[in-house]
Design a protein around this ligand. Structure first.
Ligand SMILES: Cc1cc2nc3c(=O)[nH]c(=O)nc-3n(C[C@H](O)[C@H](O)[C@H](O)COP(=O)(O)OP(=O)(O)OC[C@H]3O[C@@H](n4cnc5c(N)ncnc54)[C@H](O)[C@@H]3O)c2cc1C
Length: 480
């Protein structure tokens, strides 16, 4: 894992690499001699090839490869994964339609007949299976919250459908592709198939073995707030320590279910200066509901660290740390690390909860004000009983007061909490003069919800990558 961490591509580099990858089969196809065809057919072939490559790339943009997502963080890479899925799906659907379009434009009845032939003739069956798998995969992702499946079940189905789509597509391309049946493009597809298998072996083979060969042990479980537990996890004898930055997260499994499909992401609420790891976990569903009842000594699987939610990744002159609910976990880790290192930077910490029993580790935070240049802003929506707790939400006025005495251009905000809070606080900080690059956030849920201004800029940037891919299709149709 540490070797992978040494190499992390930045966002623009990743965007360029993506467009270059998407263009590779097209460039190779241009070098091949094939029977001449109409421009629409070239466009259809280009969409098929680009969709196939795009499907394969989706396997490494799921947040599990630090070389790909390390510089971006989980929030951005998942945003990319979801938007890229939309243009891959569009290309897959348009691929057969573009073949029949000229026929359909002249004679719709004949066009439908041709489409029916493509959909039912055994020659095209693996392509149709790939298309079907992709449609079900995307529908089950969009409807995930409404499906009566456990998250692990959905995740397993997602992986299997992804494999059916990519290998069905590869077989279809090599069996019937105008450019893909032989020559360098066919070789590329064999290589892509091997690469996807390698990714699967890494994710579910090598990491599975490592979860078993390098186990951790639960040293203690302590209740920190209402339905919130702190787990102290220590490496078992022979397991190496985890080199991480405070604020990063790990994927955790426990007991005999130490298989990567069953793991869950949790931020490290700890400082690397202390041995082992501490996780602050809120009961939220099937896996976390029994977390407080785990017996001491329980075997734990840890895979990580992941993410760029850390001071080291951003190195600000002054810091706003903002946590909402259990989003305090990585913030607490960063604070504990600042205390451990005697960090002298000005730091303002805001901790927002719905009701007072949800506050965790307040005494520890109050104690940190005595050793750090730290101001605490505690807010509770349901009202407050202690003098240092403010009733209500973390409003723009409160954020303005937090920023007093700090230079917004030199200050970076690290925000973690529920989606709506992250959106409101992130937008408010931009209004208060923080540059967008200085507002860093991590959400604990990949589900789509309200978007912050930064989310919209990210979406536009990602769609620009999609635009680059569309330009490749158009260029190929003209040049081929
Ligand atoms: C980067 C990151 C860091 C996180 N850090 C913490 C933390 O420090 N403390 C904490 O209490 N929670 C944290 N979470 C949230 C935590 O992972 C979920 O609450 C937990 O996985 C819920 O699992 P469950 O089976 O108990 O609940 P479920 O009812 O199965 O899931 C509730 C929701 O949690 C999400 N979720 C469930 N399983 C997974 C999974 N395997 N991978 C990704 N998302 C999943 C889904 O959005 C799901 O709708 C973090 C999430 C992310 C993405």
């Amino acid at each position: 894992m540490s070797n992978l961490h040494a190499f992390r591509l930045p966002g623009p580099g990743l965007a360029l690499a993506y467009v270059a990858c998407a263009g590779l089969p097209l460039v190779l196809a241009l070098s091949q001699n094939v029977a001449p065809a109409a421009r629409w057919e070239y466009a259809a072939a280009a969409m098929g090839m680009i969709a196939l490559l795009g499907m394969a790339v989706q396997f490494v943009t799921s947040g599990r490869f630090e070389a790909v997502s390390g510089k971006l963080g989980i929030d951005k890479i998942m945003g990319f994964h979801k938007l890229a899925a939309s243009w891959v799906a569009l290309a897959v659907v348009l691929h057969p339609l573009a073949y029949i379009w000229p026929t359909w434009a002249q004679n719709p009845e004949l066009g439908w007949l041709r489409l029916h032939f493509y959909m039912t003739d055994p020659t095209y069956r693996t392509g149709v299976v790939a298309l079907g798998a992709l449609v079900v995969l995307i529908a089950s992702s969009v409807l995930r919250d409404r499906l009566p499946w456990r998250y692990e079940g959905w995740r397993g189905v997602h992986v299997v459908l992804g494999l059916v789509a990519v290998f069905g597509g590869l077989h279809h391309a090599i069996a019937v592709g105008r450019f893909s049946a032989q020559g360098p493009v066919a070789l590329l597809w064999w290589g892509i198939g091997a690469a996807v298998l390698m990714v699967m072996l890494t994710l579910y083979g090598w990491r599975w073995v490592r979860l078993h060969r390098q186990p951790w042990r639960l040293a203690s479980v302590t209740k920190r707030a209402d339905r919130m537990w702190e787990l102290d996890i220590q490496p078992a004898p022979g397991t190496p320590a985890l080199p991480y930055q405070a604020g990063q997260f790990v994927w955790m499994t426990e007991g005999t279910r130490r298989f990567p499909l069953f793991d869950h992401p949790f931020s490290i609420a700890d400082s690397p200066a202390r041995a082992g790891l501490s996780l602050l976990i809120k009961e939220a569903g099937d896996f976390t509901d029994h977390i407080g009842a785990l017996p001491e000594g329980r075997t734990i699987g840890i895979d990580g660290p992941y993410g760029e939610f850390s001071l080291q990744a951003h190195d600000p002159k002054s810091v706003l740390l903002i946590g909402g609910g259990v989003g305090i976990a990585p913030v607490l880790g960063i604070l504990r690390d600042m205390v451990a290192r005697g960090d002298k930077r000005p730091v303002r910490l805001a901790y927002a909860v719905g009701s007072e029993p949800n506050f965790a580790c307040l005494d520890e935070m109050r104690a940190a004000t005595r050793t750090l240049d730290l101001q605490l802003w505690l807010t509770c929506e349901d009202g407050a009983s202690a003098p240092d707790i403010l009733a209500g939400r973390l409003t723009q006025e409160r954020l303005r007061a937090m920023l007093a005495g700090l230079d917004p251009a030199q200050t970076k905000a690290l925000i973690c909490g529920p989606g709506p809070m992250v959106v409101a606080v992130s937008d408010a900080l931009l209004d208060l003069g923080l540059p967008m690059a200085n507002v860093i956030y991590e959400r604990f849920d990949y589900a789509t919800g309200a978007k912050s201004r930064q989310d919209r800029v990210r979406s536009r940037n990602i769609m620009a990558v999609g635009g680059g891919v569309a330009a490749l299709v158009a260029g190929f149709a003209v040049l081929a």
